[in-house]
Design a protein around this ligand. Sequence first.
Ligand code: FES
Ligand code: FES
Length: 163
Amino acid sequence: MSELTQTVDVCITLNGHSIKATIPARENLADFIRHRIGLMGTNVGCEQGICGACTIRLNGDSVRSCLTLAAQANGHTVETIEGLTDSGEISQLQEAFHRNNAAQCGYCTPAMLITATELLNSKTEISRDKIREYLSGNLCRCTGYHAIIDAVEEVAEAQNNGR
Ligand code: FES
Ligand code: FES
């Protein structure tokens, strides 16, 4: 069997559900999530690890799903924007995005939410500069950066105040 036609069996816990599949060995995780499972909240832009639109969580860490083979997620836990929304984990941040008009076309928004949540959960001191730096790997073609930073900062301040 050639490298292009080789398949692998995977078992991935996706948003709390165990998914078993036989897939091409070279299928990336973004395609697995979008086209095999049908979860379209994970967007694909550059497919080169630059734009950040495809960010998901793998074992709790934010990763670029366009640069990750689905086979690398075998036996591991993957969370997408759908899972984080359903669990309510990011509802405070989603409300802040809504209040601050931080989503324009919305293409970058799922990945922005996932990356920002990683920062908010990091238990480090969060300044405006730190938010900018942390989100610098997530590109927004609508240039809504100020509103996005405002929304994340609002949640960080609420966390600092124990709300
Ligand atoms: S599509 Fe993955 S980083 Fe751009
Ligand atoms: S809101 Fe359109 S790309 Fe960010």
